[in-house]
Write a protein that binds this ligand. Structure first.
Ligand SMILES: Cc1ncc(COP(=O)(O)O)c(C=O)c1O
Length: 433
């Protein structure tokens, strides 16, 4: 298993943030999401330092869907990043944490009336409007409240990025944004410009997530700049802001060629600056929205092994006390991870096993056909790179309680989210009779 940030091996054990896996599980129970605070901070600072230009302002917006808790909002604020939210729940969390509202950007392809009202009541910085109908809805809410709001229009630049390749297509059928190839795009933009209560500041695009190949990001940027120029010339647009989204791929398992985001950001800025000259346009601000690349490698989930089983066909399972409820990604996307027996980490990995969770689903598998140290009841299994889209996608399927989240740093562990109790599970249930 590749080690990240403060992970180290001492006394035959995996340590994170200076604390052994055994001590973490003894103190906080299992399963346990462990977040390496120093690595999160380092990643944020790296983005901030690398994504800078003398030519235009830059803004790094953390995509909170990757991982969001009240404590995480505090860390994002400490490092001066902005925040991207996509729901009333994320917005409420961020507001309750005391995060500066003017640094919040609201996304979503189907914002409800209630969510739009919250955006205005809370005084957030900017709404990324998904489509022409949403503009009408937003105008109405603004009129009723007598308020104005800055917006970006999300557009689809027709670049479909997969992890190792991309295609350009004008018929791309994503549910997000208005296509730049739409025959009415000029009229849509004119409508935004004419809108009384919204101030169109620019455009947003996001071409996908967990993308390793850097070419589609550059292609999207180039397409967006050409589009901005075209809209300036043909629709009288005076946009000043370009948001290029997130999606930078990270290492999960052997073979993943993670984006070196420091190098990538610097190259992106350089390319942007030269393209602005080439296309004779200016931008006030360029924004990126990394989520996964800030938190994924900083997270490790610790499980307790309940036992093992060898099936009639000879397949060996290791059973753990979590599963698809705390990490849906293997079942949802066939995502692959690396794992170790964290309390005997130096032992040989000679046992070919599949690690299964405890849910009533055959697909509840966390690691498929991997070599591990021989696992026994009571061992701690650690799965790395679970910081993004694990806790934020957790569920209570089978009425399994969501694990606790702890942040570790310099030998100290702080609970960021308490483990759910059985009482929590029935808190909103009402008896019918
Ligand atoms: C609009 C938008 N911005 C940013 C992100 C963050 O992507 P990632 O976590 O891959 O960096 C997403 C994720 O899907 C997104 O939809």
């Amino acid at each position: 298993m590749r080690l990240f940030g403060s992970m180290e091996i001492k006394d035959n054990q995996l340590y994170i943030g200076g604390i052994s896996s055994k001590e973490l599980v003894e103190k906080h129970g299992s399963p346990l999401y462990v977040m390496d605070e120093a690595l999160i901070s380092k990643n944020m600072e790296t983005f901030k330092a690398a994504f800078k230009s003398d030519r235009f302002q830059t803004e790094v917006v953390y995509a909170s869907k990757a991982f969001l808790t009240t404590g995480m909002c505090q860390i994002v604020d400490r490092h001066g990043l902005s925040m991207d939210v996509v729901s009333g729940g994320e917005l409420f969390t961020v507001k309750s944490a005391g995060f500066p509202m003017e640094k919040v950007h609201m996304h979503g392809n189907n914002k409800t009336w209630e969510e739009l009202e919250m955006c205005l009541d809370y005084g957030i910085g900017e709404i990324i409007v998904d489509n022409r109908d949403e503009l009408d809805k937003l105008e109405r809410v603004c009129r009723e409240k007598g308020k104005k709001i800055n917006v970006l229009l999300r557009v689809n630049p027709g670049i479909e990025a997969h992890t190792h390749e991309y295609i350009q297509t004008s018929t791309y059928s994503s549910k997000f944004g208005e296509s730049i190839f739409d025959e009415n795009i000029k009229d849509i933009i004119k409508k935004f410009i004419a809108a009384e209560h919204v101030e169109l500041k620019g455009f947003h695009c996001h071409i996908g997530s967990q993308i390793f190949d850097e070419k589609p990001f550059f292609a999207a940027m180039d397409t967006m700049l050409k589009f901005i120029k075209q809209m300036k010339d043909e629709a009288g647009l005076d946009t000043t802001v370009l948001n290029l989204g997130g999606g930078f791929g990270v290492y999960y398992f052997d073979g993943d060629d993670a984006v070196d985001f420091e190098k990538f950001c610097k190259e992106m800025i350089k390319d942007l600056e030269s393209k602005l000259d080439e296309y004779e346009i200016d931008l006030d601000k360029v924004i990126i929205e990394p989520g996964r690349s800030i938190v994924a490698n900083a997270g490790t989930t610790l499980y307790t092994v309940g036992g093992t089983k060898v099936t009639y066909s000879g397949k060996k399972y290791v059973f753990v006390d979590g599963g698809m409820t705390d990490n849906i990604r293997p079942a949802l996307y066939q995502a692959e991870y690396e794992g170790v027996i964290a309390n005997r980490i130096n032992e040989k990995t000679e046992d070919l096993v599949t690690v299964a969770g405890k849910c009533c689903e055959s697909g509840d598998l966390l690691l498929r056909d991997v070599y591990l140290q021989e696992a026994k009841e009571g061992d701690i299994l650690a799965i790395s790179t679970t910081g993004a889209y694990n806790y934020s996608m957790a569920s209570n399927y089978n009425r399994i309680r969501k694990p606790a989240v702890v942040f570790v740093k310099d030998g100290e562990s702080k609970v960021a989210v308490k483990r759910e109790s059985y009482e929590d599970l029935i808190r909103n249930d009402l008896k019918l009779y």
